[in-house]
Ligand binder design. Structure first.
Ligand code: COA
Ligand code: MG
Length: 305
């Protein structure tokens, strides 16, 4: 399935799809920004019908999103449409348009429980969504954090394949302050990534609002990467390069991974469960990690060839 996003399917899915290091929100009501997105190095383009579009512009934005996807020209970028919440007056019309648009995934905001996922999944199928179209869910409501285990547990029986954490909404809903270290959001960030990994989902970190603060973005990317996120949501072209760099395996990581793969392939080490590689205790689980790092690095390299 394209962009199903599981750690396994990452490597089995669209062979031309980049890993989702940078997921660029583009207001579907902004044709200039959509045109630019065709040439920007974002891995994923999220055409937004929700918060970035004013109520009076919702209908035109929905039509524009579908028209722009039909026009094409986005290359290997995965295309996602973020719809309005299903209970809103626009939600169902957005869903019907999005599933027919050719987008790779539909991103649904403000989910709170497993029943939401089941309802959206069923509505997508009833509306004729292609079998390979994925469902991405925003984790941005306090209830979603409390219910994260049950929300994720439906992944195997539905199109659910990725979580996108929404820190702005979590701050609004909880009253927590957004500080540089995101201390107030650590438990939400960790619960979301842990749940995602428990069921093989992709996990995308939230946006960094201060477009002018490159050092702040870099530090937040490092934190997201450290927590295990696959990539980050971005809102402006200037943020893409930093995300792509930090969410790519570093040259040192790739070198170490290649050494581990070579060590386990060495006939002298046949049947060994644990080795010393570059002075470091290395088990077969590290071999699995090493193969994943090299696979991601090779996918990224193919993008630039
Ligand atoms: N995608 C593609 N292009 C974008 C872009 C985006 N998200 N944001 C800005 N650009 C383009 C602009 O069109 C402009 O292009 P141009 O100079 O060639 O005409 C260029 O990048 C520089 O933009 P800039 O002048 O710095 O910003 P702006 O005032 O035009 O826009 C925002 C600032 C915040 C309104 C805009 O970045 C934006 O809408 N971001 C997405 C917001 C969003 O989707 N929010 C919902 C999810 S949180
Ligand atoms: Mg939101």
């Amino acid at each position: 399935m394209p962009m199903t996003g599981s750690r396994d399917s990452d490597d089995k899915g669209r062979s031309d799809a980049p890993p989702p290091r940078s997921c660029l929100y583009v207001p579907a009501s902004n044709p200039r920004a959509i045109e630019k997105a065709r040439d920007l190095p974002a891995d994923v383009v999220i055409l937004d019908l929700e918060d970035a579009v004013a109520p009076d512009a919702k209908t035109d934005a929905r039509i524009a999103a579908c028209w722009e996807i039909a026009r094409g020209g986005f290359g290997t970028r995965a295309l996602v449409i973020r719809i309005n919440p299903l209970p809103s007056i626009w939600g169902m019309d957005d869903l019907h348009a999005a599933v027919q648009s050719g987008a790779h995934a539909l991103l649904v905001p403000k989910v709170t429980c497993a029943a939401d996922i089941r309802a959206i999944d069923a509505a997508m199928t009833a509306a004729g969504a292609p079998g390979e179209m994925a469902l991405w869910a925003m984790i941005e409501m306090p209830l979603a954090i409390l219910n994260i285990a049950e929300i994720t547990a439906g992944a195997g029986q539905s199109r659910l394949s990725a979580f996108v954490i929404g820190i702005n909404d979590l701050a609004k809903e909880t009253g927590a302050m957004m500080t540089a270290d995101r201390a107030a959001f650590q438990s939400a960030l960790q619960m979301t990534i842990t749940a995602a990994r428990a069921y093989g989902l992709t996990a995308i970190d939230g946006v960094f609002n201060d477009i002018s603060d490159r050092a702040g973005l870099e530090s937040e990317c490092q934190q997201g990467r450290m927590l295990g996120y696959d990539g980050k949501s971005v809102i402006h072209p200037d943020q893409i390069e930093i995300c792509n760099r930090i969410f790519s395996p570093s040259p040192g990581e790739v070198e170490q991974a290649r050494m581990i793969i070579a060590a386990f392939a060495d006939p002298h080490n046949d049947g060994q469960a644990v080795l010393k590689v570059g002075g470091i205790m290395t088990e077969r689980l590290h071999w699995e990690q090493a193969k994943r790092i090299v696979a991601i690095a090779e996918r990224i390299k193919r993008l630039t060839e």
